[in-house]
Design a binder for this molecule. Structure first.
Ligand SMILES: C[S@@+](CC[C@H](N)C(=O)[O-])C[C@H]1O[C@@H](n2cnc3c(N)ncnc32)[C@H](O)[C@@H]1O
Length: 258
């Protein structure tokens, strides 16, 4: 019987190239917004950490604004993709590091910016990981958290999380806006801004990227076609299985007292 950590490796190690090339990950209104936020940080930032960097798209967005970026992920293949992607883009100040969000291998107050994008829904101990992100952040440092946001309606949420788990067994949970706000406040991170965008997920590339087995694809299709009208409408389900999810972005500051 394998552990969740092994499942993460099984799921992500062979898919590094697919994530480097994935249109959903390489661009988006969230990454455009990041450019604006970081452009406002007067004097630039010294050191930034990207937790669960995957193939590195958040690191690439941060790099022009920061002296040094550390891209952290448990998957060595993802880190190799970051190194290739950074070289192709001419970024020489991105360092890769193997590790997990729940136990960050850094001293307290090591970074002026700690970010994460589309990774937190894989973390088994999210409260501990958010505390870790706060611990390694300098006082008055900024945190940037981007992830899929769970629907508040339990009926829609249950169907959506089931689709996610069937597609990728390393999925743990998307959190609702309310859950996120509680966690972040408990870690001494004060919200400066929150933005949310709908993202259309094209079904074929969504399952192909994770090489979802045919039996699981069939189960997702059965779940979708049997879903009640409220769920189909909330997810804007299309005939081919494509749907719309919500991406949330938190821009936060660590209070000097925490
Ligand atoms: C969808 S990819 C990340 C996408 C990337 N951040 C981007 O902006 O394109 C999710 C990543 O989370 C990583 N991951 C899974 N569990 C993790 C954990 N406990 N701590 C840190 N990263 C984790 C996976 O290895 C994978 O590379």
């Amino acid at each position: 019987m394998r552990s969740h950590e092994q499942t993460v490796h099984t799921q992500f190690d062979p898919r590094a190239e697919a994530y480097l090339l994935s249109a959903v990950h390489a661009a988006g209104p969230d990454l455009e917004h990041v450019q604006g936020l970081l452009g406002q940080c007067a004097g630039g930032l010294q050191r930034a950490l990207d937790v669960g960097c995957g193939a590195g798209h958040l690191s690439f967005a941060i790099a022009p604004h920061v002296g040094h970026v550390v891209a952290l992920d448990p998957s060595a293949n993802m880190l190799a993709a970051v190194t290739r992607g950074a070289a192709a883009r001419g970024f020489s100040r991105i360092e890769v590091r193997c590790g997990s969000a729940e136990s960050l291998p850094f001293a307290p107050e090591s970074f002026a910016l700690v970010g994460t994008r589309y990774s937190a829904h894989h973390w088994t101990r999210l409260p501990a990981a958010v505390q870790e992100m706060s611990r390694v952040l300098e006082p008055e440092g900024h945190a940037l958290i981007i992830d899929v946001v769970a629907p508040e309606d339990p009926l829609v949420d249950t169907h959506f999380q089931a689709m996610e788990l069937l597609r990728d067994p390393s999925h743990v949970r998307n959190r609702s806006l309310r859950e996120w706000r509680q966690l972040l406040a408990g870690a001494g991170l004060t919200e400066l801004e929150y933005r949310q965008w709908p993202v259309r997920i094209e079904f074929a590339s969504w399952v192909t990227r994770m090489r979802t087995p045919e039996t699981s694809v069939a189960a997702i299709r059965a779940l979708q076609s049997g879903a009640p009208r409220e769920v189909q409408e909330a997810l804007a389900l299309e005939a081919d299985g494509s749907f719309v999810l919500e991406t949330g972005l938190f821009w936060l500051v660590k209070s000097s007292q925490s």
